[in-house]
Design a protein around this ligand. Structure first.
Ligand SMILES: [Zn+2]
Length: 421
């Protein structure tokens, strides 16, 4: 197998560190060497790509997506409140055919690849589409099987057993798979406990939407508000509501907390933050979705000060506002980073880029070779033109718009640096 060398004027390592005039040597699917370019770097018998005035960085990690909702861009109106949005998207989902979900999913994968994402943690609402279609994209899709269920006539143990069987099947095919009980409000304590019991002996990462909206916070803390009323009308047993925050509810009923990624966490108390920090639970922030719903400011400083890892995700295009007079939005982690930077101008660019690259690998064993450029890491790489060459390449990355120049996944070019994407 021939080695590959990529030389670039600037390399961002995904940890906040950078190299000027550097190179990476790749053997097979792994990074073999990283360093500053020097005359005696051996290049014979190695295929060398010089990407010139570009920034080379680890492939971006999208820590939360719903690829099968990509086609729902611009369909909903957030002004009537979060619970109303959930109601509308649930109705729309029921009208969609498997084929429509599939096309939406494939379009989403392509958008992510073109914008430099090499790994996405995707919530799978239509499990029958998997695992075969995962083979149709070079994107590393880590599927998280969605679980919902609020009506008491469906036995939670039966649901949990089915989920376990699906996970075991996927694992037997060598796939990394996770589970996503949707949220405390779209499940019940019994379902959360049954599910956690059913997968207690399995190494399964989990992802759950928690404390996304004010309505959810009110539902659990005060047993009141529009979400409480709506779910009560829909046969959910509301006896778990009143006197607890959504995070407290989760810690009480979900015993897999230490394997869990918390999505959103927009409405949390200081005590909730301490609980999450004690369990080293990472939080995924989705800046454009956050802006779409006009949530209260995201508590980045408090999370970071408490030692909670914060990652970035796109969520789905069903919660991204199309720009007035602009093109239809696409899934794009550069847009997410830029939206975060606009809302938090005091956060250094290198920390913003790290949230989209190397943060997750510090938390989970299954992610430890992803998101950074280091010896032994998986060779997932992206080349971005250095059009705004500020002193810090992390800052330059925040100005990047549109397609990236090249993408490599697992040591294989998906978009070659010498060919237009
Ligand atoms: Zn989501």
């Amino acid at each position: 197998m021939r080695e590959i060398i990529i030389r670039a004027r600037r390399i961002v390592l995904g940890t906040g560190a950078k190299i000027e005039n550097g190179y990476i040597a790749i053997f097979g699917s792994r990074i073999k060497e990283v360093g500053t370019w020097r005359r005696n770097v051996p290049t014979s018998r190695r295929k060398t790509f010089d990407v010139g005035h570009s920034i080379l960085l680890p492939g971006l990690i999208n820590a939360h997506s719903h690829l099968c909702f990509t086609g729902m861009v611009g369909m909903f109106d957030p002004s009537k409140g979060f619970h109303s949005w959930v109601k509308t998207i649930t109705c729309e989902k029921n009208k969609w055919t498997p084929d429509k979900f599939l096309r939406s999913w494939v379009t989403g994968c392509q958008m992510l690849l073109e914008s430099g994402v090499t790994t996405t943690l995707d919530v799978v609402s239509v499990p029958e589409l998997f695992p075969d279609i995962i083979e149709v994209t070079p994107l590393r899709v880590i599927p998280f099987l969605e679980v919902t269920g609020i009506k008491s006539r469906i036995d939670p143990d039966q649901t949990a057993t089915q989920v376990r069987q699906t996970i075991l099947k996927w694992q037997s095919e060598g796939k990394l798979v996770g589970v996503s009980p949707h949220s405390p409000y779209a499940t019940t304590p019994r379902l959360l406990r049954s599910l956690a019991n059913a997968i207690a002996d399995l190494e399964v990462p989990a992802m759950i939407h928690v404390a996304e909206s004010q309505a959810e916070f009110e539902m659990f803390l005060h047993a009141d508000g529009p979400m409480y009323q709506w779910l009560a009308r829909n046969e959910r047993d509301m006896s778990d509501c009143g006197g607890v925050t959504p995070v407290q509810h989760l810690t009480k009923h979900w015993t897999k907390l230490q394997h869990t990624i918390l999505i959103h966490a927009n409405y949390v108390t200081d005590s909730d933050i301490q609980t999450l920090a004690a369990n080293y639970v990472p939080v995924v922030h989705c800046p454009r979705s956050h802006k779409y719903f006009n949530h209260r400011p995201f508590q980045w400083h408090k999370f970071t000060k408490a030692g909670i890892p914060v990652c970035l995700g796109t969520d789905s295009l069903a919660s991204v506002t199309p720009k007035t007079g602009g093109a239809t939005p696409k899934l794009d982690m550069f847009e997410e980073m830029r939206t975060f930077a606009d809302a938090h101008p005091e956060v250094p660019p290198k920390q913003i880029v790290t949230m989209a690259t190397g943060t997750l690998c510090k938390v989970f064993k299954w992610a430890k070779r992803l998101g950074t450029i280091t010896q032994g890491a998986i060779a997932d790489l992206v080349v971005v033109p250095d059009h705004v060459p500020t002193a810090d390449p992390h800052e330059s990355l925040l100005y990047h718009t549109g397609r990236v120049t090249a993408v490599m996944i697992n040591g294989q070019w998906v978009f070659h640096p010498n060919e237009p994407i």
